[in-house]
Design a protein around this ligand. Structure first.
Ligand code: FAD
Length: 594
């Protein structure tokens, strides 16, 4: 979705404030992985109220890759920065074609700074001289596919600012006129350069309005994180620093914590003043650090406010080609990135409805599915790489995870358990101790309010329902006992399969079972998760591989723990169990006396 549409929807409807974060591509591979952890956690903290993130442009290919992963793996609306620096038009088109294919719709069109070591921007042969050229090119070649944002300078562009730190009125006015040309050429949004004098920003907005610029003008807020960085940045951008800010910083400049706290206070006050003037958008330059930007938004009450709006039980895709997606198999509930990556090219989504899960592109299991973000890798190493002497040790590990004693699981990409797991955690612990090693579950819900903090989704005003669900690994002997018990419990349906594909089930291969649904005012029934036997067979390959690729691999070669895990992988069954009686059923009754 275009950011401009998000802004219009949010600000015209209920008057909500729209906010965004900006990140820059780190230099090292490790830095990139850490950045994804950080963006993921910021987006999770702010839930869906983070309206978009922007990927600053430094290195062309890296920016493309990061923007793609932000949009498609973290599922947050992404604005890619595109500059003209060293970019002949073929390279620009390559970048635009790539992001278009990846379902990204938002671009910040920039001239760019001169490359490192040069002090003047030089137009490359076959390239563009300024952002205006780029905007014109994008509109003429790509029509209105892209939402285009351009940069605005409340104090005029640094090149226009004289040695006394101020641009002449003529230079400032020329800059404004040029900005209007960028908007008239097709830009639909302006994000500003950082500033610390809020009055200058408010005057700039007013001046823009006077010359007929009507699009939203988003203030760029850079929280002060440390004194030297602040001086470097404001020096580079020739930003005016109000004397009271220097006076406040001077006595605390060597105390990093105090500077940060002041930065949060100042950022909060600046934003309050801006919001009080009816501006409903904020853009946070994070410098890849999350704390200050989040603290400011929390002070403004913008993060709390959003907690009510989990639009679906899973984080919906933002990729323009799959925004209509409204149903997923429950199996990937704890591995959303893996699900998205393996269904990225799936041609079912344009239709929105749950499609044919026998589609060949759905089955592709790549190395990506076993990649671990670094922070999770570290936690897994600490929590799961301790020696396993017996099956009971394995049972205990799963039990501890369900009780919240461990933060990580090889089968989950999430940080800890889903809120609803708390409702059944003791029962899960008990089942795990018996050797049914659970990797996914949900309690039965019969008409809870849709804004319930533990099981709600879809916003206020509706009611949500779900069938009790359990997914686990167990030995063939235990599965046989369970199958016997199920004969006396007709509301239970199950599918069990071993690594080789041997299947035991009491449902047909095409019996898709809705396990979560919601009833909302003026809407059809929404049915976001299903148990689909065909996609279970796709999922089982991934689920079994995790035993070795994400867990056994944490142990040295020939370690007995590794051998135990490989034995389980070879001999156990993966079982999906649903209690279809969501009103009176008791799924856990099936495990009694086993
Ligand atoms: P332009 O809009 O082309 O204009 C630059 C200035 O030149 C104008 O202000 C205007 O005064 C003058 N000018 C140019 N053409 C004309 C004309 N035809 N007539 C009159 N005046 C003209 N840099 C990066 O390298 N990577 C990034 O990711 C990045 N992100 C940024 C994000 C934001 C929000 C901002 C504000 C800046 C960002 N920059 C980034 C910095 C930006 O690239 C530099 O400030 C650059 O020097 C100018 O880019 P621009 O798009 O504003 O240029």
């Amino acid at each position: 979705m275009k950011v401009i549409e998000k802004i219009r929807e949010a600000t015209e409807g209920n008057g909500r404030t729209v906010f965004s974060f900006e990140f820059f591509p780190p230099k090292t591979e490790e830095g990139v992985e850490n950045l994804f952890d950080r963006i993921g956690s910021m987006v999770a903290t702010t839930l869906r109220s983070c309206d978009y993130v922007a990927a600053r442009r430094i290195h062309a290919d890296l920016t493309l890759d990061i923007a793609n992963r932000m949009q498609n793996m973290i599922c947050v609306e992404t604005m890619m920065h595109l500059t003209c620096t060293n970019m002949p038009v073929e390279k620009i088109d390559h970048a635009l074609d790539t992001i278009k294919t990846n379902g990204i719709q938002n671009v910040l069109a920039l001239r760019g700074d001169p490359p490192h070591g040069q002090d003047k921007f030089v137009q490359v042969a076959g390239g563009f001289a300024c952002a205006l050229d780029l905007v014109q090119h994008m509109r003429s070649k790509y029509g209105d596919y892209f939402g285009i944002t351009v940069a605005g300078y409340p104090e005029a562009h640094p090149d226009m600012i004289d040695t006394d730190g101020v641009a002449t009125l003529e230079a400032y006015n020329n800059d404004l006129t040029y900005l209007k040309r960028k908007v008239d050429a097709g830009a639909d949004l302006i994000v500003t350069q950082l500033f610390y004098d809020t009055n200058i920003f408010l005057k700039f907005v007013n001046d823009c309005r006077q010359i007929g610029i009507t699009c939203p003008i988003v203030p760029g807020i850079m929280p002060i994180n440390n004194y030297k960085g602040f001086l470097r940045m404001t020096g580079f951008c020739k930003t005016r620093i109000p004397p009271e800010i220097m006076a406040a910083l001077e006595p605390i400049k060597d105390n990093e914590e105090a500077v940060k706290a002041y930065g949060i206070h100042l950022g909060t006050e600046m934003c309050k003043k801006i919001l009080a003037h009816g501006i409903k958008t904020l853009h946070m330059y994070t410098l890849n650090m999350e704390k200050s930007a989040l603290a400011i938004l929390m002070n403004l009450g913008l993060i709390e406010e959003s907690k009510l709006s989990r639009s679906l039980p899973w984080r919906p895709a933002t990729n323009i080609f799959r925004v209509k997606e409204d149903v997923r198999p429950i199996f990937w509930a704890n591995r959303p990135k893996s699900y998205i990556s393996r269904t990225l090219g799936w041609d079912q989504y344009p239709r929105g409805r749950w499609g044919d899960s026998n589609n060949p592109s759905y089955g592709a299991l790549s190395d990506y599915q076993f990649m671990r973000p670094r922070s999770r890798g570290k936690k897994l190493q600490e929590e799961w790489a301790t020696p396993l002497k017996s099956f009971e040790d394995v049972h205990e590990r799963f039990m501890n995870y369900c009780l919240g004693k461990l933060r990580s699981s090889p089968w989950s990409e999430l940080d800890g358990l889903q809120a609803e797991t708390k409702i059944i955690d003791e029962k899960l612990a008990n089942v795990n101790l018996k050797g049914f090693l659970t990797i996914n579950s949900q309690p039965a819900v019969n008409g809870e309010k849709s804004d319930s903090p533990s099981v709600g989704w879809g916003g206020p005003g509706g009611y949500v329902y779900q069938k009790a669900y359990l997914e686990f690994f167990c030995s063939k002997e235990k599965l046989d006992l369970l199958v016997e018990k199920c004969k006396a419990l007709p509301s239970l349906t199950y599918i069990g399969v071993n690594r080789g594909g041997l299947c035991v089930s009491n449902v047909g291969p095409n019996a898709v079972n809705a396990v979560t649904w919601g009833v909302f005012p003026a809407k059809e029934i929404v049915q976001p998760t299903v148990v689909d036997p065909a996609s279970f067979m796709v999922w089982k390959d991934e689920a079994f591989e995790i035993w070795t690729k994400s867990w056994a691999c944490l142990f040295p070669e020939d370690d007995p723990s590794k051998e135990l895990l490989e034995l389980i992988q070879r001999t156990y069954y993966l079982v999906s169990l649903v209690d279809n009686d969501y009103v009176h059923g008791d799924l856990f009754a099936a495990f009694k006396d086993i």
